[in-house]
Design a protein around this ligand. Structure first.
Ligand SMILES: Nc1ncnc2c1ncn2[C@@H]1O[C@H](COP(=O)(O)OP(=O)(O)O)[C@@H](O)[C@H]1O
Ligand SMILES: [Mg+2]
Length: 269
């Protein structure tokens, strides 16, 4: 299988913070690749670098998308990508109808056909009733649905989605999963990020585990599962250990309570 995205030794620092620290991975044609990691791991920074949304340029490393250089072939690359950003939708003063018509016009799609498809997606995500409602007035989850539909209307070769399932109910997650499957069946690829292990396990062919800007594990879900079985652990435990999140919640809560009680006692004296 050919590689759709190739990232080599990519770096991005914000002052002292090494947000992305020399990571390398590829996304292959027809696969769903998940970037999995806790808050602050560097997922959004990696995605924004790929989308050319971060200034100044990366601190080091190379990227290619469809074999092209994102710095030199931005227009060609963007034409073939659908992007779902972490923050839901900037077009808040539009209705979904306005937005989808706008997308049809800038992407050179047939307006009637695009409307029909958009409505079909809206219906499958139980959001058709918001077709004429201002996006600003929609709930986070419904904005997210509109954003996902907006990203797939032109049948992109590559979908890049930053925490696309955040705020979606279980039923919609199931529908989005189906949409991604149909997309990969026709040869499309997906790069998406999540901080939730089960989501990665459910949706991805391969995952890269990010922690503090470093890629600490990479592989097919099944491979990772077998490796973790050998270690006598499940995949969730391996993920938590690799990302240093294995301090139990009970311990954290106990510590919080102790310090709170101490403070209250001191205030009473
Ligand atoms: N514009 C910025 N300026 C300074 N620090 C940033 C900026 N963007 C991200 N960071 C820092 O980089 C690290 C990685 O952030 P991010 O890529 O958003 O993580 P994730 O998406 O995995 O939660 C964090 O420590 C974050 O605070
Ligand atoms: Mg993020």
């Amino acid at each position: 299988m050919s590689d759709i995205i190739v990232i080599r030794n990519l770096k991005k620092f914000f002052g002292e913070i090494k947000a992305v620290n020399k990571i390398s991975f590829e996304v292959r044609a027809g696969e769903v690749f998940g970037l999995l990691g806790p808050n602050g791991a560097g997922k959004t920074t990696t995605i924004k670098l790929l989308m050319g949304l971060l200034e100044p340029e990366p601190n080091g490393g190379e990227m290619s998308v469809f074999g092209l250089n994102p710095e030199k072939n931005e227009v060609e690359i963007k034409r073939r990508i659908g992007y779902v950003s972490e923050e839901p939708l900037i077009f808040k003063s539009l209705t979904p109808r306005n937005l989808f018509n706008f997308i049809a016009s800038i992407r050179g799609l047939d307006e009637g056909e695009t409307t029909e498809r958009a409505k079909e997606y809206l219906e499958s995500l139980e959001a058709l009733q918001y077709y004429e409602q201002l996006i600003a007035t929609l709930s986070h989850g419904n904005k997210q649905k509109i954003q996902i539909i907006a990203a797939i209307l032109h049948d992109p070769d590559l979908l890049i989605m930053d925490e696309p399932l955040a705020g979606l109910d279980a039923k919609s997650v199931r529908v989005v999963k189906e949409i991604l499957e149909l997309h990969t069946q026709r040869g499309g690829s997906v790069l998406f990020s999540t901080h939730i292990m089960e989501v990665a396990q459910e949706l991805c062919d391969r995952i890269g585990i990010l922690n503090k800007g470093k890629l600490v594990g990479i592989g097919a879900i099944e491979e990772l599962r077998q490796q973790s079985n050998k270690l006598g652990e499940n995949l969730e435990d391996v993920f938590l250990r690799l990302t240093e999140q294995d301090t139990s919640v009970e311990e954290i809560v106990k510590k919080l309570r102790k310090s709170y009680k101490k403070r209250i006692k001191e205030e009473m004296i």
